[in-house]
Write a protein that binds this ligand. Structure first.
Ligand SMILES: [Zn+2]
Length: 199
């Protein structure tokens, strides 16, 4: 039988639903909550709720944003004729960390995975085609992961985008096969971007 109070048990149950949080971590978080000031805990709870209330997808690139367009799409210094396609918002963060990319993004919000029953219709692609069709795009870099799903997605994108007559490139050199973009270190990713090849 548990020696915790009902409210603590309830919070443990809620926290252990979070990714990467087991019962032991939940207990440590609760110790922190009990020891810290009331104001600090209140602002933590409010910060969590605020993310949920205010974060949405950029209307142009599907990156996370609190406005209609994300900070990158709004930035006048970024090259709008260079689009880098990635699977998820955390990949945008990974590429931004390299400091070696001055274009804009298109986030697919997934990858093609027949095993998980996910096909092209589960990806955010139509907006990308619109952006390319509007013209003035000099290059589209396909930066999906180097795993099976990422490569399948890249192949699909090539068949889809090639007929639009836009220059397509693929990063990859230096990214170990089977690895996720977001786990590659900044210098590896930076080299992979520089060494992108035409496809
Ligand atoms: Zn955007």
């Amino acid at each position: 039988m548990t020696t915790y109070t009902d409210s603590i048990e309830k919070l443990i149950e809620k926290l252990t639903r979070l990714p990467g949080i087991g019962r032991r971590s939940a207990e440590r978080i609760i110790s922190y909550i009990l020891e810290t000031s009331r104001d600090e805990v209140k602002s933590l709870a409010e910060a969590i709720f605020r993310v949920k209330e205010s974060v949405r997808l950029c209307q142009k690139c599907n990156n996370l944003s609190e406005q209609e367009l994300c900070k990158i799409c709004q930035d006048l210094r970024r090259r709008k004729d260079l689009i880098c396609i990635v699977e998820k918002p955390s990949d945008v963060t990974a590429i931004e960390k390299t400091g070696n990319f001055n274009g804009v993004y298109h986030v697919l919000l997934g990858s093609i995975s027949p095993l998980e029953g996910k096909g092209p219709s589960d990806l955010k692609i139509s907006g990308l085609i619109e952006r390319i069709k509007q013209g003035n795009i000099k290059e589209v870099i396909i930066a999906t992961d180097a795993d099976t799903e990422g490569e399948t997605t890249a192949l699909y994108l090539v068949t889809l985008l090639k007929p639009l007559g836009v220059k397509l490139t693929r990063i990859g050199v230096g990214i170990p096969m089977g690895s996720n973009l977001e786990y590659a270190d900044a210098s590896t990713l930076s080299r992979a971007l520089e060494a992108r090849r035409d496809i």
